[in-house]
Design a protein. Sequence first.
Length: 298
Amino acid sequence: MPTENMQEIMDKAQVLIEALPYIQRFNRKIIVVKYGGSAMVDEALKKQVIQDVTLLKLVGFKPIIVHGGGKEISKWVEKNGIVPEFINGLRKTDEATMEIAEMVLNKVNKSLVQNVQSLGVNAIGISGKDGGLLKVEKKLSNGQDIGFVGEVSDVNAQVILDLLEKDFLPIICPIGMDDNFETYNINADDAACAIAKAVNAEKLAFLTDIEGVYKDKDDPSTLISELTVEEARELIGDGYIGGGMLPKLNNCIDAIEQGVSRVHILDGRIAHCLLLEIFTNKGIGTAIIGDKEQKFSE
C-alpha cells in the first residue's frame, strides 16, 4: 500500500481515537441543538447539520433539535404583502404574521423530520403547543406591546423525556400558548435555553452565523475557545459584548447556572461544525462552562 494512503488511514484512525473519550463521557446524555441561521437556508449545510445530529444519536447521545425559521418567515410575510413593523428593533407580530409564522415553522419542522428519517433515525416533529410543551407569557419590549411574541414561563419536560425514552429524536418549533390558549411565537434561542434547562441537558449548542465569542468583535484572531461564566460576565460588564451576541451570551450564562454542563456557540456555516466542536480536543467555536469546570484546553 502506498505510504500516503497508509498515512490517510492512520489519520482517520487518530480522529476516531480522539473522539472516543467524548463519546464515553456524553453517552446517553441529552444535547440540545438550536438550529438556525445560514445553516437552515443553504441546502448543503442543512444536510450536514442533519448528518451531524443523526451521528450524535447513533453513537449514544440523546439529541434534541430546536429550530427557528426567521428568514423563511420574513420571505413569506413579504410575499403576502405585509409591511413589517418594528418596535425597539424587534418585529411586531400581529395576528396575520403569527398565522404565517406558524405555518412556515411547521413546514420547516416536517422538512427536518423528513431529512432525519431519510438517514434511518426515527424523528418526531412537534411545536410547543403539543402536550402543553411550552407555556408562555406575553413578552414586552421596554414596556411596549410587540404583538404575539411570547416568553417561556414553563416547560412540560415530560413530553420530551417520553420521546427520548422511546428512542425518538424530537424536533421542536418555537410556538407556544398562554393561559388563554392564545398562540405566540418564541425566540428560538430562548426556547432552546428553556428546554435545555428543563430536561437537564448536558450540552446546549447554538448554530449561528459567527465563529463564536470574540474579545474584540472586529478582530477574528481574538476568538475565545472557552469561557467560564465569571469570564463571560466580565466581558459583558466591560462592554466587549453587544448586538445579538449579548442576549445569546446571557442565555448561555442562565443555562449554565440552571445545570447545563456546557454551552457551545458555533459557526453553522462551517461544515460539520457540531462534530468538530464536540469530538475534537481544540474545537472550533466558543464553549461556555461553569466556574468550577475544568477547561479542556488546560
